[in-house]
Design a protein around this ligand. Structure first.
Ligand SMILES: NC(=O)c1ccc[n+]([C@@H]2O[C@H](COP(=O)([O-])OP(=O)(O)OC[C@H]3O[C@@H](n4cnc5c(N)ncnc54)[C@H](OP(=O)(O)O)[C@@H]3O)[C@@H](O)[C@H]2O)c1
Length: 294
C-alpha cells in the first residue's frame, strides 16, 4: 500500500485506501440530540453546515442515545430535498457501542442507526472503542455489513498501537478504513508512534476533539499566535491538525460563525515558524504515551 503523499493537494482532502477522496474537515455531532427542545435548532445547524459545504458528518449511536443520528439524518434529508446535496456527496460516519459489537449485535445496531439516520447505508461504520467482544468477531460482523451494502467502509476508534497491530493480524483486519482518535495540539501523544504507523500504511486518522472541546479556541497563547496571521485560535488549531497528510478533523460547532470559521481552516498552510511556535506552546511527545481518550 502506498504511503500518503504530501503537499497542498493532500491538505484539503484525505484519500481512503480504495482511492476515494473526502474533505479533511468534517462536522462532529457529539452532544446533539440530547434535548428535544433544541431539535429544530440543531437540525438547522447541521443543515447550515451542509449548505456551507461540509461533506463529512461524524455521529454515533451513543450521542444523545441515537438523537444525534436523528438530527444528522433530518438535516441531510432536508438538504437532499432542497437539492443542496445528493446522498453520494456526503460521507456519513457512525459508530457502534462496544457492547453491541458482536457478530449479530452489529447487524442490529447498524439497522437501528440506519433507521434513525433515514439512510440505506452508512459510509464509514466504526467500533467506538474496544470492549469485551473479540476483535475478530466484530471484524466479521463489519465485513458482513459491508457485503450487504449497509455500510461502505468500516473502521475503529480509540485504537492505540497494540490494538491496531492486533487488528491487522485478524482475518480481514487490513480492510479497516480509518482509526478515529483524540488528536489536538494539546494532546499529541499519537505523533510518537500511531500517526507515523498509520501514515506509512495510508490509513487515515480522524482527529476527534481537535479543538480540545473548545479549550483551544479560548487559549490566549494560541489566540496571540493566530491573530497576526489573520486567523482565530480555533482556525490555527484546526489548520495545525490538518497539516499532516492523511489526517481528517471533525470539530463540532453549534454556531453558524463557528461552522464557517472552521471550514476555512482547511485552506491555510502554516509556515514552519508558526509550527515551531506551536511546538513551544505544546511540545511534541518525546516518548511513547498511552492513548488519550475523551
Ligand atoms: N470517537 C470518539 O470516541 C469521540 C470522542 C469525542 C468526540 N468525537 C467526535 O469528535 C467531534 C468533535 O469533538 P468534540 O465535540 O469533543 O470537541 P471539539 O470539536 O474539539 O470542540 C467543540 C467545542 O468547540 C466549540 N467551537 C467549535 N468551533 C469553534 C470556533 N471556531 N470558535 C470557538 N469555539 C468553537 C464548540 O462550540 P459551539 O458548539 O458553540 O460552536 C464546542 O463547544 C465530536 O462532536 C464527535 O463527533 C469522537
Amino acid at each position: 500500500m502506498p504511503a500518503f503523499g504530501s503537499g497542498p493537494e493532500y491538505m484539503n482532502h484525505v484519500a481512503l485506501a480504495c482511492g476515494e477522496r473526502w474533505p479533511a474537515l468534517g462536522l462532529g455531532t457529539w452532544r446533539l440530540g440530547e434535548d428535544n427542545g433544541l431539535q429544530a435548532q440543531e437540525v438547522a445547524c447541521v443543515r447550515e453546515a451542509l449548505d456551507l459545504g461540509y461533506r463529512v458528518i461524524d455521529t454515533a449511536e451513543m450521542y444523545g442515545d441515537g438523537g444525534a443520528e436523528r438530527i444528522a439524518g433530518k438535516a441531510l434529508a432536508d438538504a437532499m430535498r432542497a437539492g443542496v446535496v445528493q446522498r453520494e456527496e456526503v460521507f456519513v460516519v457512525s459508530k457502534v457501542y462496544p457492547h453491541n459489537a458482536s457478530l449479530g449485535g452489529v447487524q442490529l445496531a447498524c439497522d437501528r442507526s440506519l433507521r434513525r439516520l433515514g439512510l440505506d447505508h452508512i459510509d464509514l461504520y466504526l467500533l467506538h472503542w474496544r470492549g469485551s467482544v473479540p476483535l475478530a468477531e466484530t471484524v466479521e460482523g463489519f465485513a458482513r455489513l459491508a457485503a450487504s451494502g449497509k455500510t461502505r467502509h468500516w473502521g475503529v476508534s480509540n485504537f492505540g498501537m497494540d490494538d491496531m497491530r492486533e487488528l491487522m493480524r485478524a482475518s480481514n483486519g487490513a480492510q479497516c478504513a480509518a482509526n478515529q482518535v483524540y488528536y489536538a495540539a494539546s494532546s499529541r501523544g499519537v505523533e510518537f508512534d500511531l500517526l507515523p504507523w498509520m501514515q506509512q500504511r495510508a490509513l487515515p486518522m480522524m482527529a476527534y476533539s481537535p479543538l480540545d472541546c473548545g479549550n483551544l479556541a479560548r487559549d490566549m497563547r494560541l489566540q496571540a499566535l493566530a491573530q497576526p496571521l489573520g486567523l482565530s485560535a480555533a482556525q490555527l488549531a484546526l489548520a495545525w491538525v490538518l497539516r499532516q497528510p492523511g489526517v481528517m478533523a471533525i470539530p463540532k460547532a453549534g454556531q453558524p460563525e463557528h461552522l464557517r470559521e472552521n471550514l476555512r481552516a482547511a485552506e491555510f498552510a502554516l509556515a514552519a515558524s508558526t509550527l515551531e511556535a506551536v511546538d513551544q506552546l505544546f511540545p511534541p511527545p518525546k516518548n511513547k504515551q498511552a492513548l488519550a481518550m475523551i
